[in-house]
Design a protein around this ligand. Structure first.
Ligand code: UDP
Ligand code: GLC
Ligand code: MN
Length: 334
């Protein structure tokens, strides 16, 4: 596939814990063979070791200064005091070496190739499930520009943000998003909010297989769930049954690509998780991609199939499946 040099997926991680999300996201983008560059914005809080892990999967690591709304009042209304720092996201407009970018929160996970997002213009985004006349700022298409960056910072200083985070600010800045032109509205399949399908399960049943990007919005992030290192199962309560396959896939990528390289010198959860020992079975299962694993026996393979990620011409080709069946019938392992 031809690589597009002047367009990029961009994410943000201000600390080692959010870097866990950024790393899994980047690996999920590599798995679907994106033709675009991968960029991560970091701040001084990210450790040297974590930077080396980021460098192994991102094309560009851009250090930026922390920007914080410090708007405690509105952040309290949002019940997310930690999100003032999301103003740092505005730095993405300074990536002027690229003509067009897609911003993805570090708590998103890509299930299918979605490079077609680059056909869209600034500012394209999905409606927020909390207030659908606003867009959700976890996934959006933008055109880097120093001019827009300056205007955004001026706007932030003069007007602030109604939610204390970037989403309130961006919605006031791009205020005609909901009415201007439907082509700026991205389908929900590009920002499937992990809380939403719970409230509208029949729609998830109908359209869930088309989802391309999952957004684990809310205070409980994939990296905060307990993971059983001997069985490979993520422990979740009944409230998130609908996203369990996505959480399981997040952990599959994490165990395969990220966990083996973590070091105790990483800070936050990244340091703690480096001490978790994973059984060799799980490492092995993690070592093969969902596409490479043969049918059956593997959670990851099963989840990939259930998501409709079927590699018709490769692993899952008729010839391979037939071979697998023949082997099983003849009692030989392959
Ligand atoms: N973020 C970060 N450090 C933080 C909080 C947030 O780097 O301490 C970044 C990260 O990319 C994250 C995004 O800002 O995905 C938005 O925050 P979050 O996803 O937690 O908000 P939600 O989508 O749950 O409202
Ligand atoms: C949201 C968005 C997130 C944003 C936050 C703060 O819920 O998902 O991307 O950073 O609000 O505005
Ligand atoms: Mn998010």
């Amino acid at each position: 596939m031809t690589q597009v040099e002047d367009q990029a997926f961009v994410t943000l991680a201000t600390n080692d814990t959010y870097c866990l999300g950024a790393l899994v996201l980047a690996h999920s983008l590599r798995k679907v063979a994106t033709s675009r560059k991968l960029v991560v914005l970091i701040t001084s809080g990210v450790t040297t070791h974590m930077r080396s892990l980021l460098a192994s999967v991102f094309d560009l690591i851009q250090e930026v200064n922390v920007m914080d709304s410090k708007d405690e009042e509105n952040l309290a209304l949002l019940t997310r005091p930690e999100l003032g720092i999301t103003f740092t996201k505005l730095n993405c407009w300074r990536l002027t070496q690229f003509t067009k970018c897609v911003f993805l929160d570090a708590d998103t996970l890509v299930l299918h190739n979605c490079d077609e997002l680059f056909d869209k213009k600034e500012l394209s985004a999905t409606a927020d499930v909390g207030w659908p006349d606003c867009f959700n700022s976890g996934v959006f298409v933008f055109h880097p520009s120093n001019e827009t960056y300056k205007d955004l910072v001026k706007f932030a200083v003069e007007q602030g943000s109604f939610d204390g985070g970037d989403q309130g600010l961006l919605n006031m800045f791009f205020r005609d998003w909901s009415t201007k032109d439907i082509s700026f509205h991205l389908s929900f399949i590009y920002n499937m909010n992990s809380n939403a399908s719970y409230t509208y399960l029949p729609a998830y049943k109908q359209f869930g297989k088309d989802v391309k990007i999952v957004h684990f919005l809310g205070s409980m992030k994939p990296w905060q769930y307990s993971y059983n290192p001997s069985t490979g199962d993520v422990q979740f309560g009944s409230e998130c049954q609908h996203v369990k396959e996505h959480l399981q896939y997040w952990w599959h990528l994490f165990i395969q690509f990220v966990h083996p390289h973590l070091q105790p010198e990483c800070t936050g959860l990244a340091g703690q998780l480096s001490k978790m020992s994973v059984s060799s079975d799980q490492q092995e299962e993690g070592a093969a991609s969902p596409y490479e694993l043969a049918l059956g026996g593997s959670h990851a393979r099963q989840f990939a199939w259930e998501r409709g990620q079927i590699d018709y011409l490769g692993t899952d080709s008729f010839e391979n499946i037939k071979q697998k069946l023949d082997n099983a019938i003849n009692g030989s392992q392959n």
